[in-house]
Write a protein that binds this ligand. Structure first.
Ligand SMILES: [Fe+2]
Length: 279
């Protein structure tokens, strides 16, 4: 069986707080997504845990360090470490973000959005191309949430995303929470965004919680998924089908049972769609 076809249903982001629970209880989770940057400098225990968990579960890799949008050359050392882990753990795919985070050797804590221009489309397509070459497989690219626009923006976020993935011939990780957060922060309707995305390229969706700060939403990934994001997820499932979906929780990590409950809700949306399609 092809390793990509092993990823189905609703998976969970793998967090170190849950290693022992997963290893002792072997919960019924269809797949885990590992934040691969956490294992790059790691030896010993974290890699051992990852190894043990990988023996029982299919896995994907999620990266935050490629900085695909930056203007400095791709960090070959980073890709070397990534490739070593890729060979060892054989994730179904590797994803990173449509963003930049490095400038003049400085690394920002945020995944910053790109200016939506022809120049940055070409720049990103070339960089994704190089990354795909280095990894020997198609990359999966995630939309980020944003709180700012550039004066030079010449198109919508979704037109930009579609053009980049078509030119680079890569795949999409559609973060439904990020679409919603950006829609509220910039005052656009998220439905045309979903309708613009080519269905055949979407291999994964993310769901997470945001926080409200006045009129701005921040995707802090430290809360349950909010009702309007569930609504948007339902709309997305109708368009894209039951795409593998991940519950992302990165701060204030709760007990494993809380993540499992969020996954059950997402599963119920997927099952509802399956019933509707077979009825
Ligand atoms: Fe995400």
């Amino acid at each position: 069986m092809h390793k990509q076809s092993l990823i189905a249903g609703v998976g969970l982001g793998l967090r170190s707080q849950h290693y022992s629970h997963i290893l002792s209880e072997k919960p019924a989770v269809p797949w885990f997504e590992a934040l691969v940057d956490n294992y790059m400098g790691a030896g010993g225990a974290p890699l051992q845990h990852l190894n043990q968990i990988r023996q029982d579960y299919p896995m994907t890799f999620h990266a935050v360090g490629m900085s695909l949008g930056s203007s400095e050359p791709l960090d070959k050392n980073y890709f070397k470490k990534l490739k070593t882990l890729q060979h060892r753990f054989e994730p179904a795919w590797v994803s990173d973000h449509l963003s930049w985070s490095k400038i003049h050797g400085q690394v920002a804590n945020d995944l910053l959005p790109m200016p939506y221009t022809e120049e940055s489309i070409q720049h990103l397509a070339n960089r994704i191309d190089q990354a795909q070459e280095l990894l020997g497989q198609r990359l999966v690219i995630e939309n980020v949430s944003s709180y700012l626009n550039y004066q030079v923006d010449a198109m919508s976020e979704w037109a930009f995303l579609v053009e980049v993935v078509e030119r680079a011939d890569c795949l999409i990780l559609l973060d439904i929470n990020n679409v919603y957060v950006s829609a509220i922060n910039h005052g656009f309707d998220p439905i045309p965004y979903l309708e613009a995305i080519p269905t055949e390229r979407v291999v994964e969706m993310h769901l997470a919680g945001y926080e409200e700060a006045g009129e701005i939403l921040f995707d802090t990934h430290g809360q349950p998924v909010h009702p309007p994001v569930w609504d948007l997820y339902e709309t997305a499932l109708k368009r894209f089908g039951n795409v593998p979906t991940l519950i992302e929780w990165d701060s204030d990590i709760p007990a494993f049972a809380v993540l499992a409950q969020e996954a059950r809700i997402a599963e119920s949306y997927q099952q509802e769609l399956s019933y509707a399609q077979t009825a």
